[in-house]
Design a protein around this ligand. Structure first.
Ligand code: SAM
Length: 814
């Protein structure tokens, strides 16, 4: 079997290399070694039959692990090069001829172990592949039943497909123990799995149906038909979760919109189909034409139905709400509080069950969601607190607001809480209260109806939230950049831990009581309305540490210092004997503040770098020796900005003003995560980029890319250093020679020339000796006997591979 080396499955991994090293013909050898390590069937076997054995690595392993004098018979469609201690031949295991040849080789013996690693045509159509592999497994089982000893083992490869379970069932009828396992050397991307069947029961007679693919893989009728679903939808097909439906291998799937209305699992339809069709069936469908004509079926809904794969969460929600409305109109939803006797006859028997199932499902999901929701809410709360503190620090709000959040009109405990109304999804009702006649609710009971549809709405909302989270998890699994981004985001929005210890009240020390601590921190927030920079939250510290504030801060500090100096001068006159120590203290005081600023700006810079490269990197010291920020301009936006500042087009004050835009300080309270994610991507200021700036950045990046990598530079440096050392040595030696008075001038020059030629002579590269892993060298670890210098253990297969590679390279050149 030729191995493709470039991509995914054919990748040359560690098992491939290890197989080369150990002299095995295929990496598959390690699968058998690992299976044997777990179940130990080889050591116990004296006769072994290896079905589908080429190129023969399993036979090699068997010969290694089985007791001496054991019999190993291997067969394959492809020829197998001779293997010591094994008999091999070429044949198709599905044929009678193969069976007869095995018999002739085994004579009267029975096998203790039958191995099967067959894989027909892997790589073509997956469905077809899996099936013929399953057939091959059944065929090998047939041979096993004929040649296995009682108590013997059958080890086979199976592909995970719909035929897997029937196969397992058959194995279990014939063996006392059946275990499926995937050895570590089997690639995760491969659908293969190994089944180890031990303790062959050796029944006297086996019903041929057991080993007949037609019977074993026949489709079974569903033993418990879903009559309930049939009432609503008599022609509904059973969904197949194992892949394409039989006979339907298309990617594009369409389903009548009426099925979407009827189904009890609308999310499944939205997730697996591409289009909800309004197309009338040949005989016409009354339900379809009604759906088509209804007012609720707006143009927007129709457009959404056209292509489900491009819809966002909002559109899905609209579709689900529309479905609910239509179900209500068609009488498919029965209200919980409606008396039983008023229900329509047909619906009366079915709908409550439907409802009950839905409620149970709902309860389960709610419980699952509860934990994640409370976590999310806590995070939001913390974010809100932090934002308020930032605002406070920027004098955008009064400290009163923080207290108000706890007990004021907007707070959770307040009598009138808009937020709570929002949660009950009734804010619209409140705002539209004037339009609703007062008695309408009590008269027709629509209040409870809307409550119920609110319940449904909430459920849908939760389902969509879960789906969105799952979608994000999937994307994160796929994309390392996204993972890094999320990790950064989590770090930024990590739980607020309040002010640093210095700012906490002295009675704020009980770390175990977290709630108390939080309360105290809140009180501390309101008690200390203007915390120093050292106690700023992450974002605030970052904000104030931006370059533009450096100057402003300095100016303010300078002014303060000037004022202080003036005061000091005045004081000095009064109190001339102020001690040196006090002066030193005053000078040292701002140091921690600077340190914190430095750390914050360090973090900021690392974030800029992360944003541009999508990787989390260790931040380097962003300051030069003179203490200035050493920020590299790496985006065209920043370059354009720098240019405009350098040319005097913009002043630092303009940049500060630009910071106050509609994107700054957005209120994110109560907004769903998916919305914020989307906003974060698209709703941000677009700063102008000039052609010159873009060209400058391009040039800069080209220069960076042209730079050799660090390792190469280091190697070159080492080389240079060694050359310099050699030269120095040479210089000293020749100086000694030159000073030697015993030598004539001629001898001196000859000796120096000799030295020079010796030094400039390149050492011949040490040849690597190839040692073929056969005979005494097979499977050895360490230096083979009689080999000196560098060596490499190879097998004939590797030579072939190298030759093939060369051939291919030549072909490409042509
Ligand atoms: C994965 S390889 C086996 C590797 C082998 N276990 C080893 O360790 O070297 C699968 C083999 O199944 C063989 N095969 C597929 N269909 C077969 C058949 N009907 N009869 C015999 N061999 C077959 C293929 O020729 C192929 O060599």
């Amino acid at each position: 079997m030729a191995i493709q080396k470039k991509h995914g499955k054919g990748r040359l991994d560690k098992w491939y290399r290890l197989a080369k090293e150990k002299g095995y013909r295929a990496r598959a050898a390690f699968k058998l070694i690992q299976l044997n390590q777990k179940y130990g069937f080889l050591e116990k076997s004296k006769v072994l039959l290896d079905l589908c054995a080429a190129p023969g690595s399993w036979c090699q392993v068997a010969a290694e692990y089985m007791p001496a004098q054991s019999i190993i018979v291997g067969v394959d469609l492809s020829p197998i090069k001779p293997i010591p201690r094994a008999i091999t031949f070429q044949s198709d295991i599905t044929t009678e001829k193969c069976r007869a040849t095995i018999r002739s080789h085994l004579k009267h013996w029975k096998a203790d172990c039958v191995l099967h690693d067959g894989a027909p045509n892997v790589g073509a159509a997956w469905v077809q592949d899996a099936f013929s592999q399953a057939e091959l497994v059944l065929q090998s089982l047939k041979l096993a039943t004929e040649f296995l000893n009682e108590g013997g083992s059958f080890v086979t490869k199976v592909f995970r497909s719909k035929d897997y379970n029937p196969l397992l069932w058959v194995f279990k009828q014939l063996f006392t123990s059946v275990e499926a396992t995937k050895p570590p050397s089997s690639r995760n991307v491969s659908a293969e799995i190994f089944v180890v069947c031990r303790g062959y029961k050796a029944p006297k007679r086996i019903d041929p149906k057991f080993l007949d693919p037609k019977h074993v893989f026949a489709e079974l009728a569903d033993p418990t038909p879903n009559n309930e679903a049939k009432v609503f939808n008599p022609e509904k097909k059973r969904r197949r979760r194992e892949g394409y439906e039989e006979g339907d291998y298309t990617q594009f799937k369409e389903i009548p919109v009426t099925e979407f209305i009827n189904t009890t699992d609308p999310i499944a339809i939205l997730g697996s189909y591409n289009k909800l069709s309004f197309q009338q069936p040949p005989g016409g469908d009354l339900a379809m034409s009604t759906v088509d004509r209804l007012e609720d079926t707006t143009d927007e809904i129709r457009m959404c139905c056209e292509d489900l794969k491009i819809l966002g969460k909002k559109e899905f929600r609209n579709l689900l709400r529309w479905r609910l409305k239509l179900r209500e109109k068609f009488g498919l939803v029965v209200k919980k509080n409606q008396p039983q006797e008023t229900e329509a006859e047909e619906v009366a028997e079915i709908a409550p069950m439907d409802e009950e199932l839905a409620i149970q499902e709902q309860l389960l999901k709610m419980r699952e969601k509860e934990t994640s929701r409370s976590k999310k809410e806590r995070r939001k709360e913390n974010e809100k607190k932090r934002k308020e503190i930032v605002r406070l620090q920027m004098h955008m709000t009064t400290p009163m607001d923080i207290g108000m959040e706890q007990i004021g009109p907007g707070g959770e405990d307040a009598t009138f809480s808009l937020k709570r109304i929002d949660r009950a999804n009734a804010r619209d009702a409140v705002t539209n209260a004037r339009d609703i006649p007062a008695e309408s609710e009590s008269e027709d009971g629509s209040g409870s109806e809307s409550e119920e549809s609110d319940d449904d709405g909430d459920r849908l909302e939760r389902e969509l939230d879960t789906m969105y989270e799952q979608y994000q998890d999937r994307m994160e699994d796929k994309d390392s950049k996204l993972r890094a981004k999320k990790a950064r985001k989590n770090y930024e929005t990590e739980e607020w831990e309040g002010f640093s210890d210095e700012n906490k009240g002295s009675d704020n020390e009980d770390e175990e009581d977290e709630e108390d601590e939080e309360d105290e921190q809140d009180t501390a927030a309101s008690a200390h309305p203007a915390p120093q920079s050292g106690s700023l939250s992450n974002n605030a510290a970052l904000f104030f540490d931006q370059d533009i504030f450096q100057g402003l801060g300095d100016e303010a500090e300078e002014e303060e210092e000037e004022e202080e100096e003036e005061e000091e001068e005045g004081e000095d006159e009064d109190d001339i004997e102020m001690g040196d120590e006090e002066e030193e203290e005053e000078e040292e005081a701002p140091a921690p503040k600077q340190k914190k600023q430095k750390q914050a700006s360090k973090k900021q810079e690392s974030e800029w770098v992360d944003d541009s490269e999508g990787e989390v990197e260790e931040p380097e010291d962003p300051r030069k020796a003179n203490g200035q920020l050493d920020i590299d301009i790496i985006t065209a936006e920043a370059m354009a900005l720098a240019q405009s500042m350098a040319t005097g087009e913009k002043r630092s004050q303009d940049i500060v003003d630009d910071g106050y835009n509609r994107f700054a300080f957005r209120d994110m309270d109560g907004l769903p995560e998916w919305f914020l994610d989307d906003e974060g991507q698209h709703s941000k200021p677009h700063r102008p980029i000039t052609k010159a700036a873009a060209a400058a950045i391009r040039e800069k990046m080209r220069a960076i890319n042209a730079r050799p990598i660090k390792k190469v530079m280091e190697a070159k440096g080492r080389k240079k250093f060694k050359a310099a050392q050699r030269l120095e040595k040479l210089r000293k030696k020749s100086a000694l020679l030159a000073d030697d008075e015993a030598l004539s001038e001629r001898d001196k020059s000859q000796a120096i020339t000799k030295l020079m030629s010796k030094a400039t002579k390149k050492k011949p590269k040490q040849q690597v000796k190839l040692v073929v892993a056969k005979g005494a060298n097979r499977g050895i670890s360490g230096r083979p006997r009689g080999v000196k210098g560098k060596y490499k253990i190879v097998d004939s297969r590797m030579k072939k591979d190298i030759r093939a590679e060369k051939r291919l390279a030549k072909k490409k050149q042509k």
